[in-house]
Design a protein around this ligand. Structure first.
Ligand code: SF4
Ligand code: SF4
Length: 287
């Protein structure tokens, strides 16, 4: 879909009329820090929140509430007459809406989908409300920490993928003439999220979305501690493996996990998988 690009000073009808119409039929992805925040706000464990309200191992909020007039189901956190039941812990996608955020070459920019400002479709009354700059809107939404979480988890994603690269390129697997590992990376890039989650398995989905971190509210420390836990787990699990079949499976698992996290961060797993395959080929891997 065509997108309209904005800069931080763009002035738009960004005062929300709070009708809640955008809490229906959306695709709200979650990184692990967002899942942690939502469950803290709901005052239940992260595991309970994940199991009750999320899909694909915790990377997407479930939209299974009462449908609106268009038949689009409400977010699992939406309560009739009240609105969002987790307002203070709501994820970045909800803080940004109707804007989206793209990171390219380490620089973030803001967009909205289509040529018409999205709120005008369901809440035309916004035209009567004060207009705001993108920068002021983001401040009002307290989006900064959530953007930091998003950016830090992109680094975690790359670090997990690096383990998958090492298991292929530095273990002798690639040098042995292996071709099936890259072929499986490609399959995973195209795989439906429910199938990729199944392939990854519950144990590693839990490591990805339910890290044993309870003592920090700051997203950068949280993501860095999580990164450390994931690397330790990989060392523990893969430190002693020897056969090419074991190396193949471990490499596939780490790339699958990184692609699942990519989807949680709103990135396109297919293009990321293609990019990683091309990089691995440049370093001698074959398909
Ligand atoms: S569509 Fe826009 S104005 Fe309407 S509730 Fe959502 S953010 Fe607010
Ligand atoms: S988390 Fe809250 S703001 Fe976000 S879609 Fe659900 S109900 Fe709406």
């Amino acid at each position: 879909m065509h997108t309209t690009k904005l800069n931080i000073d763009s002035i738009l009808p960004l005062t929300c009329s709070r009708s809640g119409t955008c809490c229906f039929g959306k695709n709200v992805m979650l990184n692990p820090w967002e899942l942690f925040n939502l469950s803290s706000e709901k005052k239940i464990t992260t595991r309970a929140f994940r199991d009750l309200y999320c899909e694909f191992g915790g990377i997407r909020l479930r939209f299974d509430g009462k449908p609106d007039k268009k038949g689009q189901q409400a977010c699992s956190q939406y309560v009739d007459t009240i609105g969002c039941s987790v307002h203070l812990g709501r994820p970045l996608a909800c803080r940004l809406y109707p804007l989206g955020r793209k990171v390219q070459f380490d620089k973030a920019h803001y967009i909205y989908e289509g040529d018409t400002f999205p709120c005008l479709t369901d809440c035309p009354e916004v035209l009567e409300l004060p207009k705001l700059s993108v920068g002021d809107y983001l401040k009002g939404q307290e989006a900064a920490l959530f953007e930091k979480a998003q950016d830090e988890y992109l680094i975690v994603m790359q670090n997990i993928a690096d383990i998958g690269f090492e298991l292929l390129l530095e273990s002798g697997l690639s040098a042995s003439g292996d071709t099936k590992t890259l072929a499986t990376w490609r399959v995973m890039g195209n795989e439906l999220p429910e199938l990729l989650a199944e392939r990854i398995g519950q144990e590693w989905l839990d490591y990805l979305m339910l890290p044993a971190i309870i003592d920090t509210q700051h997203p950068i420390t949280f993501a860095q501690n999580h990164n450390e836990l994931l690397l330790l787990k990989a060392q523990e699990k893969f430190g002693a493996i020897q056969t090419n079949q074991e190396l193949h499976e471990a490499s596939v698992l780490m790339i699958g996990l990184a692609l699942h996290l990519a989807r949680a961060l709103g990135a396109d797993p297919k293009s990321i998988a293609e990019h990683w395959i091309a990089t691995a080929k440049n370093h001698g891997a074959q398909e």
